[in-house]
Design a protein around this ligand. Sequence first.
Ligand code: ATP
Length: 335
Amino acid sequence: MTHTITLIPGDGIGPEVVGAAVRVLEATGLSFHWESQIAGAAALATEGCALPEQVLASVRKNRVALKGPTGTPVGSGHRSINVELRKRLDLYANLRPVKTLPGVKSRYDNVDLIVVRENTEDLYSGLEHVVVPGVVESIKIITEKASTRIARFAFEYARTHGRKRVSAIHKANIMKLSDGLFLDCCRAIAKGHPDIVYDEIIVDNACMQLVLDPTRFDMLLLENLYGDIVSDMCAGFIGGLGMAPGANIGEDSAVFEAVHGSAPDIAGKNLANPLAVILSATMMLDHLGERAAADRVRTAVHAVLREGTKLTRDLGGTAGTIEIAEAIAVKVAGV
Ligand code: ATP
């Protein structure tokens, strides 16, 4: 069976790390048809639109995409393509596993966290306006519908993946209505899952507890903004952004992409760590029901990391993006 996948190389290091992931996926021997779609800065230059309709149409049709990072200008310019894509395709669940990998120097051992982030609302609603010059308002939207479905996603994930505990992270002591509603929804769903331990932690305390000892946690359930910040912090526990994979999952389609951004500072230099996208690709294989191939890729990644001779600069090595992908691909093909 051939898997038809929408491929969005993206901006900055995107084409390099997505190319590396494709090299590894091809080495599994599975059959892929890649439907390449341009989004981001390149699309803005050629089509006048950073997220052309045909990109959305392709993901809707194929229901699965592998995506590289797309840059978002700070302060002004076009809206984030990531935010737009997640909203337009209703990819409501952002799943970000954070797991210590062998051979990677980091401050903690045995980290094994699952971050579940709501992906469609909160301060990412894009509703900002100037009230009077010198005063702006940014609107945080929290709904019962979105909070309930992300909580349900987290608890169901816990059940199907043998997880024991879900911690809702919030600031309901200050945002009593919005974060209060989020917690009400989490509690309601938790009641229906008595087999999973449920607790609540205020976001500032959660960050402190995580930094003290991330192994105390199992699954984190967060609104959009806290989820973005906390998951970048968690990536730091396991060797940085180059190691952190992710998935955006909806009822109809799923887009797999690393936590990191387009890293313009190292783009085009063969310096980017492709592991985050390669690990995102293993999540895609799981999603496609190709568990055995996903395990082969994970095993190959672990073997290359353990050997320690083909590591990118962020992991203390000198290998390039292409070399590490090649080393993994050779192992995948050879297993
Ligand atoms: P965005 O706003 O798109 O999330 P960002 O501002 O958070 O982007 P990133 O592009 O994620 O920033 O990069 C943050 C830092 O991490 C940069 O110094 C970048 O070089 C580094 N970095 C990100 N991804 C990788 C990678 N795959 N390999 C090596 N270094 C990376």
